[in-house]
Design a protein around this ligand. Structure first.
Ligand SMILES: [Zn+2]
Length: 289
């Protein structure tokens, strides 16, 4: 196993001679290291709820099976790699952004590239955010993360002619007022492919069926359809399949105390079963080509 680590991300991968699976795993919301002088005033308990707790650890089963795992080390509440770089609300900034901005619906709920609120009614900043600061976060954190992800995906695609990319997240057991499904209890797992455009929908169905067979309640493209990362990298006509997998935190952790709970090890074993099955699925699909 080889581990590369810097201030932006860590990559754990099988030894170079042993990258034997056309599978890439990424965990963009696993970071907890807030850079110095970020201007963030939200209390740490509120910030902690924005963290995809233990997701990188859950999926650390993948490298020993032959697939690299990329994990962000900076928090998504600092800058969110799962948003487009233009997904900014101009009203948050101290000066006009020089190029056109396209704030998404999530951004207007406070969850864009730069987060407005940690939780409903809990602001991230005391005032406006400097545009220069946003440019710094883009160039020093966002871009390097994307560049590392693109390299892993391109390397796998070049070697195998295909890549299956799992973009990993966790979700609160019940959505809050900043979420599209406020107040609704969520299923155990949500798998999304931008409504069949970031992966072959048959692959998404296959993935959902694996978790269903393991006893999880699974939904596809509801309440999430997938974020910027799967949208940006998934190109199923070029044998590049990207799906987003959200796991409900109540399955594996105590959300109040942000601690692992009893279900953690079972879930980790089930993810190992899933990645093993995915390796077989990928071999089969590559033969059919
Ligand atoms: Zn996430």
């Amino acid at each position: 196993m080889i581990k590369s680590i810097n201030q932006v991300y860590s990559i754990i991968r099988p030894s170079l001679a042993d990258t034997r699976l056309p599978i890439v795993i990424d965990s963009p919301h696993s970071g907890t290291d807030y850079p110095f002088n970020s201007g963030i005033i939200a209390p740490s308990e509120a910030l902690r709820t924005t963290w995809d707790a233990f997701v990188d650890e859950l999926w650390s089963i993948a490298p020993p099976l032959g697939a690299p795992l990329l994990s962000a080390r900076f928090p998504r509440a600092y800058i969110d790699p799962n948003r487009a770089p233009e997904d900014i609300d101009q009203a948050m900034l101290d000066e006009p952004w020089p190029t056109p901005l396209t704030p998404s619906a999530a951004c207007l709920r406070g969850m864009g590239l730069i987060r407005l609120n940690a939780l409903p009614g809990v602001p991230m900043y005391a005032g406006k955010v400097s545009a220069a600061e946003v440019r710094y976060r883009l160039s020093q954190y966002y871009m390097p993360y994307h560049s590392a992800l693109k390299t892993l995906l391109d390397d796998a695609h070049e070697k195998f002619g295909h890549v299956w990319h799992i973009n990993c997240h966790s979700m609160k057991s019940v959505g809050n007022a900043m979420n599209v499904d406020s107040g609704v209890a969520r299923p155990d797992i949500v798998i999304s492919d931008r409504n069949g455009t970031s992966a072959n929908p048959a692959f998404t169905e296959w993935a959902a069926a694996q978790f269903d067979a393991l006893g999880y309640k699974v939904q596809i493209n509801s309440p999430y359809q997938g974020g910027h990362i799967v949208h940006h990298y998934g190109m199923p006509t070029q044998h590049r399949h990207s799906v987003q997998i959200e796991i409900k935190r109540g399955v594996y952790m105590d959300e109040r105390n942000a601690e692992k709970a009893e279900g953690f090890e079972q879930l980790q074993r089930d993810l190992e079963t899933f990645v093993t099955a995915l390796a077989g699925y990928a071999q089969q699909k590559m033969k059919e080509k």
